[in-house]
Design a protein around this ligand. Structure first.
Ligand SMILES: *Cc1c(COP(=O)(O)O)cnc(C)c1O
Length: 365
C-alpha cells in the first residue's frame, strides 16, 4: 500500500525497544514503542512520521486543552493463525474520523494518509500484536487543536496521531452481563449537538453520569433523548435488544447517537442472513414494559471495545431493578458475540472488505 504519502521513519534502535509482555490481561493498559504523528499547518498535513512513543510538546494556550476541539477513533487489528495481522474495518473508522472532524470544525485528514500511517505503524509494531485468542491490538487514532490562542475559534493547527495498545478482552473476567442505569437526570447529547461525533467533550460530560450510575449499583448509563422518551445509547456502546423472534433491534441513528461500526456490521450480517437485525425508534416506556412481560428476551450494547456486551438488568432512578431474561447472558447475544469475534480472528469467512492484511514494508527494521 503506497498512496504517494512519504512517511518518515525515526525508529528506536533495536536495543532500546522493549520486550512485549507474554500475555496481555487488561484493556488499554499497554503502549507499544512507537506512534504515528502528522501535523496540520498552513492548510496542509505536514511531516507524517513514525516516531518513538513520547510526550507531545504543546503550548499552554493550545485550543484543544481549553475548548475541547478534539476527536478520536477506536479500532482493532488481530493476529491470525497464518501469522498475518489483519485490521478490522479501519476504513470505516477513517471515514468516521473525518465526519467527526467536520462537526468540530477541524480539517479532515485524507483516508489514504490515515490508513497508510496505520498500516506502517502496525508493521513496525507487529511483535506487539498479542497472540492470546481473546486479545487484540487496539488502535487509537486521534486529533487535537494545537494553536495557542484564547479566542474561541477553530484552531489553525492540529496534531493527528495514532497510538497502539495491545489489549486483553474488555471484561477481564470474561463476558459478563452488566447493569445499566435508566435515568432522566443526565443526558449525553441533544439534537443539534455533538452526540454523533467521537469527541472528548461527550466523554468528559459522561463522567459525572457514570459516577452517579456506579452509586446506584450500575456499570453505566443508558442515555435517553432530551425529552426522556426514546432510547439513545449507552455512552460507549450503541443499544440493542432482542425480541422473542430473535431480532436484534438497534435505535435508529440520529445526530445525538454515535453511529457504531459494530452496529453497522451487525446490520450488514443481517442482510447476509447471518442474524436478524433492524433499526427502529425505541420508546423507553415500551422497552421497559416489554422487558417485564418477556416480549424482549435479551439486551445489551454494541461497540468495538467489548464487541457485544450483554446487559443483565436495568436500574431505574427510584432503585427498581428490571431483569433482562434471567439476568445472565442470553443465547442470541452469546452466539452473535462468538460469530463476530470468529470473523475478526479469521476463523469464519468475513464479508468482503472487512479484513485487510498489514503489508510488510522494507523500511520497518
Ligand atoms: C465509539 C462509540 C460507540 C461504539 O462504536 P464502535 O464503532 O462500534 O466502536 C458507541 N457510542 C459512542 C458514544 C462511542 O463513542
Amino acid at each position: 500500500m503506497n498512496m504517494g504519502f512519504s512517511i518518515r521513519y525515526d525508529l528506536l534502535p533495536a536495543v532500546k525497544r522493549r520486550k512485549p509482555p507474554a500475555e496481555v490481561k487488561h484493556f488499554g493498559a499497554i503502549r507499544t514503542d512507537h506512534m504515528f504523528v502528522a501535523e496540520y499547518q498552513d492548510g496542509g498535513w505536514r511531516d507524517p512520521r513514525i516516531v518513538p512513543y513520547d510526550s507531545f510538546s504543546v503550548l499552554p494556550g493550545a485550543i484543544g486543552l481549553h475548548y475541547g476541539q478534539t476527536i478520536f477513533e477506536g479500532a482493532k487489528a488481530f493476529l491470525h493463525a497464518d501469522g498475518e495481522i489483519r485490521t478490522f474495518r479501519v476504513n470505516e473508522n477513517a471515514k468516521r474520523l473525518n465526519r467527526s472532524a467536520e462537526t468540530l470544525m477541524m480539517p479532515g485528514i485524507p483516508e489514504e494518509l490515515q490508513l497508510e500511517g496505520l498500516y506502517r505503524l502496525l508493521d513496525v509494531e507487529r511483535r506487539w500484536c498479542p497472540v492470546d485468542p481473546d486479545a487484540s491490538m487496539y488502535i487509537r487514532p486521534f486529533m487535537f487543536a494545537t494553536e495557542d490562542k484564547l479566542g474561541v475559534k477553530p484552531s489553525a493547527s492540529y496534531i493527528y496521531s495514532i497510538m497502539l495498545s495491545p489489549s486483553g478482552r474488555y471484561y477481564s473476567g470474561g463476558v459478563r452481563a452488566v447493569k445499566l442505569l435508566v435515568t432522566t437526570k443526565f443526558h449525553r447529547a441533544v439534537s443539534g449537538g455533538t452526540g454523533a461525533a467521537k469527541t472528548g467533550g461527550n466523554y468528559a460530560a459522561s463522567l459525572r453520569a457514570a459516577e452517579y450510575a456506579h452509586r446506584a449499583g450500575a456499570d453505566q448509563v443508558l442515555y435517553l433523548d432530551a425529552s426522556n422518551t426514546f432510547i439513545e445509547e449507552a455512552g460507549t456502546m450503541n443499544h440493542y435488544h432482542v425480541t422473542r423472534d430473535g431480532v436484534f433491534m438497534i435505535p435508529e441513528f440520529s445526530d445525538s447517537i454515535l453511529c457504531s461500526i459494530t452496529s453497522l456490521s451487525v446490520l450488514e450480517l443481517a442482510k447476509g442472513g447471518i442474524c436478524k437485525a433492524e433499526l427502529a425508534v425505541i420508546p423507553i416506556r415500551e422497552f421497559l414494559e416489554d422487558l417485564r412481560t418477556g416480549r424482549i428476551i435479551e439486551a445489551g450494547g454494541f461497540g468495538t471495545a467489548a464487541g457485544v456486551s450483554p446487559v443483565g438488568a436495568y436500574i431505574m432512578d427510584d432503585g427498581e431493578e428490571i431483569k433482562v431474561g434471567d439476568g445472565g447472558i442470553g443465547g442470541h447475544s452469546r452466539n452473535l458475540y462468538e460469530y463476530y469475534t470468529r470473523i475478526q480472528k479469521g476463523e469464519t469467512p468475513a464479508p468482503e472488505g472487512w479484513l485487510a492484511v498489514v503489508p510488510r514494508y522494507p523500511e520497518a527494521v
